[in-house]
Each structure stands twice: as C-alpha cells, then as structure tokens.
Design a protein around this ligand. Structure first.
Ligand code: IDP
Ligand code: MG
Length: 140
C-alpha cells in the first residue's frame, strides 16, 4: 500500500472564525497528526468563491452559500499527511451539522442556526482532483 503524502485544502468558514473556533479546529487537525504547510486569513473576492463552489452553481443553496462565505474572514489551511484528503473529511463529519456524528468537528461544534445555509464550520477538498484545483485557487 502506498504511503504517499497528500495535501488538501481546509477552510475554516466565517462561522468558525467568528466563533473563535479556529484554534480548536487546528488543534484537532494537529492532534490527528497532520501537518500545517501554509495558512492565511483571507476575505476572498466573490469571484474566488464562485469558482471554488462551481460544482454547486444553479442549486437553490448556491447564492446563500456564497453570501455566507462572504460574510467574514476565512482561515485557509494547506495541510499534509498520508490520506489527508479522506482523513480530514472524516474529522469534519457529514455536511449537515445538526446530524453530523459526535466526535467530528461539525458534530461537536456545529448546528443549524436558523439561517438559509448550513453553517458547518469547515470545508475540506473531497478528492485528489478537487484538492489540486482548490489549493491552486486559494494558495497559488
Ligand atoms: P461538503 O462541504 O460536506 O462537501 P457540499 O455538498 O459540497 O458539502 O456543499 C457545500 C456547502 O454548501 C456545504 O458545506 C454547506 O455549507 C452548503 N450546503 C450543502 N448542501 C446544502 C443544503 O441542502 N442546504 C443549505 N446549504 C447546503
Ligand atoms: Mg463539497
């Protein structure tokens, strides 16, 4: 079995930064054994967010999602480790924070707050292709 080191993009979304959970989220990533390669606090242009979420364009939650992502600072992380792409998705938990499993970032720290969009604290790339595309968008 290959032990190739992967990299993935993690975003602490505006709800996570505003709730001062960046440190807790970083703690979980480091405790799992992944390493931090690069990090920056950003307030991205709308065009970057539209590009980032291109696969969801046209869906009913697309516009509220982009507005939510524009609502405050985002902490972008480039992290590395063996199988980190799947590993971080497991740490994050499933998309809906109300029903995400306890023990995960979304399950322990998130819930629905009555907004129009799921404020689920983090983004993680979902495949090697997405990771390459998204890291280029946010870091290059
Ligand atoms: P993921 O972040 O778990 O990969 P995606 O399906 O890629 O989930 O959706 C991107 C983001 O869009 C989610 O993290 C969440 O913030 C939001 N979202 C996804 N599905 C819905 C929905 O049905 N209603 C509202 N917001 C949603
Ligand atoms: Mg996704």
């Amino acid at each position: 079995m290959s032990t190739q080191i992967e990299e993935t993009l993690v975003l602490v979304k505006p709800d996570g930064v505003a709730r001062n959970l960046s440190g807790e989220i970083l703690r979980r990533i480091e405790a799992k054994g992944y390493s931090l390669v690069d990090v920056k606090l950003v307030e991205p242009d709308r065009s970057l967010l539209v590009e980032h979420y291109a696969e969801h364009e046209g869906k009913p939650f697309f516009e509220p999602l982009v507005e939510f992502m524009e609502s405050g600072a985002i902490l972008a992380l480039r992290i590395a480790g063996e199988r980190v792409i799947d590993g971080f998705r497991a740490l994050a938990g499933t998309t809906d924070p109300t029903t995400a499993a306890p023990g995960t970032i979304r399950g322990d720290l998130g819930r629905d707050w009555g907004g129009k969009v799921q404020q689920n604290l983090v983004h993680g790339s979902d495949s090697a292709e997405s990771a390459a595309r998204e890291l280029a968008l946010w870091f290059d």
